[in-house]
Design a protein around this ligand. Structure first.
Ligand code: UDP
Length: 568
């Protein structure tokens, strides 16, 4: 069992380890990994002990971790193990409130929910039964938000939501502005569902029709460009709305016979049909290296081994999961979607002496993810031969090309917001936010100051670690003020806000190229970023064929999780 950091232990004790009725922790981290491994090998017909050992080993060595609900709940009664759900919202009070109840149950178990509200008739529309006026999708989002707020007080973690409204809905402006006061709808990420037709209208500076989903009639015609500018302005101000590119999502849908996908989970890494769920897991790249001839290298053999174990683990989760609703069980078992991704990318680059903002990093990202996808597909194919293909395989893109697959999708790049803290590595594919930082909010009231451990290790290897440098890093969070460190070395340690946005986007593009689900990435921007930059970022994301885009300008939200460190 690897030694855990203080932060990791704190998070585990607060949320993940079993407790007795008095709230006293009764489990160690080692026992947690054993509990999860034992439960997840429960559907292995032969060699169950072998798989239990293999699952335990990859988790306890912090080389692979499943998403939080699996760590929290595996082995408990009626364990719900998935992080990602999409629920239907139809144009009726019955549907809206049934889904609200189901979302509450999912949040209670640590899962997050995504909804596309575009079927709901606009504000002011006629309600046939009462002859009154409808209050529109944004009003219902506010009710969902309030419910989420209360459920989170009793649940294991904050319930996250994704609210989507398509760009041709008559209430789209109200939706775009709905978080403008920086205090409303805090439990939602917002995304506008963007179509290719809309992007063309912006390009052509033409009129854009808003269509009433209830009557299918044109409600208004507005300027596409003005609507675009409104999105850009709000995203600059608050970080919301992001965009999801619905056509790009459906172009790579492996099960088009099941319909069009309209929504994603809260952080955007899994496009899902209504009533579908997906479970995630991530490989910790910072631990998949070998030290040879004085240098670190990627251990490709070990990476392949971990990917095969990870895919098997996640496929088992689908079989063993207790689904919150029968319809979710049916849809999920139909496609058996899983999302194996990665964390620790920035730390891997540091170990390899490669600056994040470099062509070399982008080439490696593509090479690595191509390998990652190929190995994941091979693992899923092997499982298909052993256990059978996913039920809707025949009409899927895999069926038509006659490749046997156990899972309709295999890869997602999740934010790894908590599991990367447990594994003590950098988030997902994000650059280091800062070399020293305070983490706020994961554990309310407890603020932890950290200097990145891989950075210290590398600086020691370079014989550059000393107390004046430590002081500068603690004060500023970066090496910019260290005049005696060569540029070439500083570049390896460039942090998030000093990385030009183009490189953030290019990393997202490189990883998306070989990710069948999607990549959750935040384009972290300095405070002085202009409206024009945000517009360029959103347009470039579309041009690159990304499935979604989220920006965050430093300081634009109250209570951000990571803050640059200014402590002495
Ligand atoms: N999620 C959630 N609440 C949270 C954080 C995450 O519901 O507070 C869900 C959400 O669907 C998100 C997914 O978990 O897209 C994966 O997030 P992340 O990788 O940060 O989760 P972790 O497994 O690290 O906790």
């Amino acid at each position: 069992m690897e030694v855990l950091t203080k932060n990791a232990i704190q998070i585990l004790e607060d949320r993940y380890l079993m407790k007795n009725n008095e709230g006293v922790v009764t489990e160690t981290a080692d026992a947690l990994f054993k509990r999860v491994a034992e439960y997840i090998c429960g559907c292995e017909k032969k060699d169950s002990a072998k798989w239990s050992k293999a699952f335990y080993k990859v988790m306890s060595e912090l080389k692979f971790l499943p998403n939080s609900p699996t760590l929290m709940n595996a082995g408990c009664d009626h364990a719900q193990l998935s992080a990602c759900f999409v629920l239907p919202v139809e144009d009726s009070l019955e549907s809206i409130f049934t889904t609200l109840k189901n979302a509450a149950l999912i949040h209670q178990s640590g899962g997050g929910t995504g909804f596309n509200f575009s079927a709901v008739r606009p504000k002011g529309d006629l309600i046939n039964s009462s002859k009154g006026q409808s209050s529109g999708p944004v009003s219902f989002m506010k009710i969902y938000d309030a419910a989420t707020e209360y459920v989170k007080q009793g649940g294991k973690r904050r319930g996250a939501n994704m609210g989507i409204l398509n760009v041709d809905h008559p209430d789209i402006e109200e939706f775009i502005m709905s978080k403008s006061d920086k205090k409303s709808i805090e439990n939602f990420n917002l995304s506008v569902g963007i179509s290719n037709a809309f992007m063309k209208a912006v390009e052509d500076d033409s009129g854009w029709q808003l269509i009433n989903p209830h009557t299918q009639k044109i409600a208004r015609i507005i300027s596409a460009k003005s609507l675009w500018e409104l999105m850009v302005q709000e995203a600059w101000k608050t970080g919301d709305p992001g965009l999801i590119f619905i056509d790009a999502i459906n172009d790579s849908n492996t099960t088009p016979d099941l319909g069009r996908i309209q929504a994603t989970n809260p952080c955007g890494e899994v496009p899902l049909f209504d009533n579908e769920s997906c479970n995630l897991g991530s490989v910790n790249l910072s631990r998949i290296t070998i030290f040879k001839n004085g240098k670190y290298e990627i251990d490709w053999h070990e990476l392949s081994r971990i990917i095969h174990i990870g895919i098997r683990f996640l496929d088992n989760v689908i079989t063993l999961n207790h689904y919150p609703l029968p319809e979710i069980k049916i849809s999920t078992l139909h496609s058996r979607r899983i999302g194996l991704g990665l964390m620790g990318w920035a730390e891997l680059l540091i170990l390899l002496n490669i600056p994040y903002a470099s062509k070399k990093a982008l080439l490696l990202a593509e090479k690595l993810m191509k390998f990652f996808q190929r190995e994941s597909y091979d693992a899923s194919e092997k499982l298909a031969l052993e256990r059978g293909t996913f039920p809707s395989w025949k009409l899927s893109t895999f069926g038509t090309s006659n490749r046997k697959m156990r899972n309709a999708t295999c890869n997602s790049i999740a934010p790894t917001g908590t599991i990367s803290v447990i594994a003590n590595t950098s988030y997902s594919i994000e650059p280091l936010f800062a070399l020293a930082y305070r983490r706020v909010g994961i554990l309310e009231g407890k603020i932890q100051t950290e200097i990145n451990a891989v950075f210290i290790k590398k600086m020691k290897m370079l014989n550059l670690w000393n107390s004046p440098i430590k002081k500068i890093v603690l004060e500023s969070g970066n090496l910019n003020g260290c005049n005696n460190i060569p540029r070439k070395i500083k570049d390896i340690f460039t942090t998030g806000l000093d990385i030009p946005w183009k490189y953030h986007l290019l990393h997202q593009k490189a990883f998306q190229k070989y990710t069948d689900n999607a990549v959750s990435k935040t384009i972290n921007l300095p405070e002085q970023t202009s409206l024009r930059d945000i517009s360029d970022i959103y347009k470039t994301a579309y041009k690159y064929g990304l499935k979604g885009i989220t920006v965050y300008r430093y300081g634009s939200r109250v209570g951000q999780v990571l803050q640059k460190c200014n402590v002495t």
